[in-house]
Design a protein around this ligand. Structure first.
Ligand code: SAM
Length: 426
């Protein structure tokens, strides 16, 4: 494949010699201090801190998240939302859902064709076969049913890249911190020199891990350039499709893969690729959860709506060609790919604050808020394009889910796994 053409070489933190001349983001804040380096070591984009080429990222700040790291959901002052606040949290506006942003509802046959074009490891060129510039490939976002979606590799990913989607991702990051006792990873990596965050989203994990390992080079890759402009100097973001061939010059000590469910067509090939790009002795960690709520006490009976929800998401993932079941398959697939010392750690995310256990209760309250904000983004594109549902039917389905997640008599949770494994030394 020829996506290599616009790749930037791995940046040398002390030099830009090999990097195409970068154009840095224009801060969207009015405060002139935003243009200067800050005292906490964060930069708004001087060469050594954010070596993103103009071919990879857009020339303007259009579409960039306005959140600075200090506003992220990991702030120590966070407290879980009160239950009455959850009940009154605004649901997505159904008028917007039908509104003028509805630009794209392709006929059913076209959907499959378009998704087929996204098959993994293909030979598709992203340069030279189109008169559009690469920047417009990245920034001409697609609007569907009032939500904003990525433009680069249009249609490859089910989720929006707008502000509510970012908020949902950052809430999930906070929940992972709670789940993992404030650790960013469980893999016992020592003094990592190079770290890759696959499908980095808002970049919140990459930024935190760059802070934790200031001597490491941290690279976050995503289809959407929604990462903040203020990043630690050792953190870089690139727009790329991780289902294409990886062309990194050097291997990584840690490759982090989180919530890539429904995004990877062939996990075996994907993990083989991750294996090839892991240094001997290095680690790959996969953090995923189920999309099908279950209970241990039969409060989710056979006819419960959660079963319909779970079957629908999993079925749409299969139709889309990108499964949502990686959370329970990751360990076996890691071992098949050649990783050793593979460990699986299981966790549970309650659907709301029903548990008595304080940590589970706190996780549940956060999860209820995350789902309330997130379910439209999780499902709208899958339901209306892959599933071919009308927007009205999709909104009714989402409304039913919102009702269920407010029911404390159902002791439901999403099971999840953290799986990590080491590449052998030889
Ligand atoms: C559910 S979000 C998870 C984000 C992040 N890993 C986290 O845990 O906070 C999935 C992310 O993967 C990105 N993504 C999906 N398919 C991708 C692909 N083929 N290449 C690169 N990024 C992709 C999406 O744009 C989105 O930001």
């Amino acid at each position: 494949m020829s996506t290599h053409a616009y790749r930037t070489p791995t940046p040398d933190p002390d030099s830009n010699e090999h990097t195409p001349r970068p154009r840095y983001f224009t801060p969207r804040h009015d405060d002139p201090a935003d243009d200067a380096d800050t005292t906490d070591g964060y930069h708004s984009g001087p060469p050594s801190s954010h070596s993103v080429s103009e071919t990879r990222f857009p020339a303007s700040s259009q579409g960039y998240s306005e959140r600075a790291p200090s506003e992220s959901a990991t702030s120590a002052s966070l407290v879980p939302p009160a239950e009455d606040a959850l009940a009154s949290a605004p649901a997505p506006d159904p008028v917007m859902a039908h509104g003028p942003g509805t630009l794209f509802l392709p006929p059913p046959g076209e959907v499959e064709d378009r998704f087929d074009q996204d098959s993994a490891y293909d030979e598709e060129s992203l340069l030279g076969d189109d008169t559009m510039t690469l920047a417009s490939y990245i920034t001409n976002y697609r609007y569907e049913n009032g939500r904003r979606y990525h433009a680069y590799r249009d249609g490859a990913y089910w989720g929006p890249n707008d502000e509510p989607a970012s908020e949902q991702m950052d809430l999930a990051h906070h929940m992972y911190a709670l789940t993992l006792d404030q650790r960013l990873h469980l893999a016992p990596v020592q003094n990592p020199g190079r770290i890759l965050d696959v499908g980095t989203g808002t970049g919140i994990w990459a930024i935190d891990v760059a802070d934790q390992y200031p001597d490491a080079y941290v690279l976050g890759v995503d289809l959407s350039p929604i990462q903040p402009e203020f990043v630690p100097p050792n953190c870089t973001f690139e727009v790329d499709d991780v289902t294409l061939d990886w062309v990194f010059d050097e291997g990584f000590d840690l490759i982090h893969i989180r919530e890539m469910f429904g995004s990877i067509p062939n996990w075996s090939s994907f993990l083989q690729q991750a294996y090839q790009h892991t240094k001997p002795g290095g680690w790959v960690e996969i953090v995923e959860h189920s999309v099908h709520p279950v209970s241990d006490d039969d409060t989710v009976g056979p006819d419960h709506f959660y079963n319909l929800w779970g079957r629908t998401v999993i079925g749409l993932g299969e139709k889309f060609g990108k499964p949502f079941t990686i959370w329970e398959e990751a360990k076996g697939l890691m071992e098949e790919a050649g990783f050793v010392d593979v460990v699986e750690v299981r966790y549970k995310w309650p659907m709301n604050g029903w548990p008595a256990d304080p940590l589970q209760k706190e996780l549940g309250r956060w999860n209820q808020l995350r789902l309330k904000i997130g379910i439209e983004g999780f499902m709208l594109r899958l339901l209306t394009t892959v599933g071919g549902w009308s927007i009205e039917r999709a909104q009714l389905f989402l409304a039913q889910m919102r009702k269920e997640i407010s029911d404390y008599s159902t002791h439901a949770y999403l099971p999840g796994t953290v799986v990590y494994g080491r590449k052998p030394y030889s």
